[in-house]
Ligand binder design. Structure first.
Ligand SMILES: [Zn+2]
Length: 456
């Protein structure tokens, strides 16, 4: 379904701020809008459109025209309330529908109002009807939530806090999901899910591999699984356990040899016999081979893959046909118990105890090469993900990052980045940064170098 999210007002709208001018309404609205969008992305089949813009005050007509043209199924406007322009006692949360009180809008508004009040503990002012432009001129179900009063000292402090903003967003997402019966992406009702975050550490996986007398190459490839899995939203230990089965813990020995960098027996686009080596895909590096493997698992799990597809068999007909490891049986491989065999390996991995310092806790420096030239700054590898200094990399490409102090957000080319701050320097995952800069990213394991290629 298509959901239009509207952060009320704009960055420069006059009024629409706390009496002491310490927060503009748009800052609250736009951060909540972003969190709602991110929350909704975790559900299947949801598309989100922003009708506001961070760099200008978008007129109301433009907002509703945009939502109507896009044929949104629902329109959700996010606001913070005000009573007069000085501090006062007015407080609480209220949600608006149009004066005709459309049934579907009332149902959504009631769910959102209930969810917001329950999760924030603020006063319930109820669902109200109002002749507001965004409710009147939208052709779809439309509601507007007022998440607290900027003119109330206590609520203004809450509206300024990240915690309250996240809480409001989560409450809104939950209500939308409930009303529209949305299902979480890749969440299986029973069995072992393929999609999701890592449930084992790299150290655990490597220790398990060692105990199984794995080939060194198999132990060495583990961090790539964790790094690529985090990017794709696929559980790395599932891929790693599958690779153990497919390659005999990296000992290979079948028609696919080590130099294929093919950890899951993936065939070429054309395919062919299991005993024909040329029917099996060859990859230039383990990095690409693992990416192809996890992209193929993502395909089965119904998780959309962003960026370049290196999986030679990323066929749409396969999408979403096996969300659990168990259900890979008879699909990925002919044997009905194929998935079950992987779950048994996985169980061993997940219960492995690590006595030494886990590898994923270590922070390793990584070099950065842009269009063939190594730059003086370094990034680092943490939990298998390489992160790069945002400013240095952007500026090396002639792009100046933007810093939004109000929301503590760094943006490059108008896009937000997942940022971590280390010793006062902002870092972002290499893949994200490369994407917003329009670059190709690769990893060179021997020299621990992130290579970025392309022009901006
Ligand atoms: Zn407002």
């Amino acid at each position: 379904m298509r959901i239009a999210i509207d952060a009320g007002h704009g960055p420069n709208t006059p009024g629409k701020r706390t009496p002491d001018d310490s927060m503009r309404e748009f800052h609250f609205n736009s951060v909540v809008a972003r969190c709602v969008r991110d929350g909704l992305k975790q559900y299947e089949g949801v598309e989100v459109l922003f009708t506001h813009a961070d760099d200008r005050d978008v007129p109301l007509k433009e907002r509703t025209d945009k939502a109507n043209a896009w044929k949104a199924d629902a329109f959700f406007s996010i606001h913070a309330n005000a009573f007069g322009s000085d501090w006062n006692d007015a407080n609480g949360i209220e949600t608006f529908v149009y004066t005709s009180r459309p049934t579907a809008a009332v149902k959504l508004a009631e769910a959102v109002q209930r969810s917001l009040v329950r999760s924030t503990g603020r006063r319930d002012r109820g669902v109200k009807a109002g002749d507001l432009h965004v409710l009147r001129e939208t052709k779809m179900t439309a509601i507007l939530a007022e998440c607290g009063f900027m003119t109330n000292r206590e609520e203004a402090a809450l509206l300024k806090s990240d915690e309250y903003r996240r809480k409001c967003a989560a409450a809104i997402v939950q209500a939308i999901a409930e009303v529209y019966g949305l299902k979480k992406v890749g969440v299986a009702t029973s069995g072992t899910p393929i999609a999701g975050q890592a449930q084992a550490t790299i150290g655990q996986a490597q220790e398990w591999a060692r105990q199984k007398k794995a080939a060194q190459a198999f132990i060495d490839v583990a961090p790539i699984y964790w790094r690529v899995g985090a990017v794709l939203g696929i559980r790395p230990e599932v891929g790693y356990a599958q690779a153990a089965k497919e390659t005999g813990f990296g000992r290979f020995g079948g028609v696919v040899s080590r130099d294929f960098h093919n950890w899951c027996g993936l065939k070429t686009t054309k395919g062919g016999s299991n005993t024909d080596p040329t029917a099996h895909a060859r990859f230039p590096s383990d990095e690409v081979g693992v990416r192809a493997h996890l992209q193929h698992l993502a395909l089965y799990a119904g998780v959309e893959v962003k960026g370049e597809i290196v999986d030679p068999r990323h066929f749409p007909s396969v999408r979403g046909t096996a969300k659990t490891v168990e259900s890979l049986g008879g699909k990925w491989a002919p044997a009905a118990d194929y998935g079950k065999a992987i779950t048994e390996l996985l169980a061993g991995l997940l219960t492995t105890k690590v006595s030494t310092t886990p590898v994923d806790k270590s922070v390793e420096k990584v070099n950065i090469q842009i269009n063939g030239v190594r730059i003086p700054a370094q990034g680092y590898l943490r939990n298998g993900v390489s992160v790069l200094p945002i400013r240095v990399v952007s500026e090396a490409l002639g792009v100046t990052p933007e810093w939004l102090p109000e929301t503590k957000q760094v943006r490059v080319n108008g896009k937000d980045l997942t940022e971590t701050i280390e010793a006062g320097v902002s870092y972002a995952p290499a893949r994200e940064l490369a994407a917003v800069l329009g670059l190709q990213v690769d990893w060179e394991g021997t020299y621990k170098t992130v290579t970025l290629k392309g022009e901006t």
